[in-house]
Design a protein around this ligand. Structure first.
Ligand code: FES
Length: 140
């Protein structure tokens, strides 16, 4: 599933939004999560957009800048959360089977509401503001 997410994202979109999908960092940096950890959790300060068609049902797209993970738990039901893990500030890396995964220590979060499914994180991912307009999801 991860590879199918990558195939749906055009290069210009990756460069524009610093998208990470399927655990592959493109146009951004995994260090973004580390920098955020040093600064503490902060809200997204920039806006970006992605095509809704790149957000698989049951999957999601992780954007590094601003750090947002966009999910689609069921067809047409779009959600967005901060992509900064509340445990130690890493950027989450992937969404599969409606589970958002943090690569650093294995925390798992619900793609439906951001709640913790498995620790060590003790709190969930906060919701992020977003708007769906046709095939475009804008957030940040
Ligand atoms: S930073 Fe995410 S599990 Fe530790």
């Amino acid at each position: 599933m991860s590879n199918s997410l990558n195939q749906g994202i055009e290069r210009r979109d990756v460069l524009k939004a610093g998208v990470i999908a399927g655990g592959v960092v493109a146009g951004g940096s995994a260090l973004a999560g580390c920098a955020a950890a040093e600064e503490g959790a902060k809200e997204a300060s920039a806006t970006a957009s992605i095509p809704l068609s790149t957000v698989a049902v049951g999957g999601g797209v992780v954007v590094a800048d601003p750090p947002v993970v966009v999910t689609q738990p069921s067809s047409g039901d779009v959600k967005a959360f901060t992509a900064i893990c509340p445990h130690a500030g890493c950027l989450v890396s992937d969404v599969a089977d409606n589970v958002i995964i943090c690569p650093c220590h294995g925390s798992k979060f619900s793609a439906e509401d951001g709640s913790v499914i498995a620790g060590p994180a003790s709190s969930g991912l906060a919701g992020a503001a977003y708007k769906v307009d046709g095939d475009t999801v804008t957030f940040g």
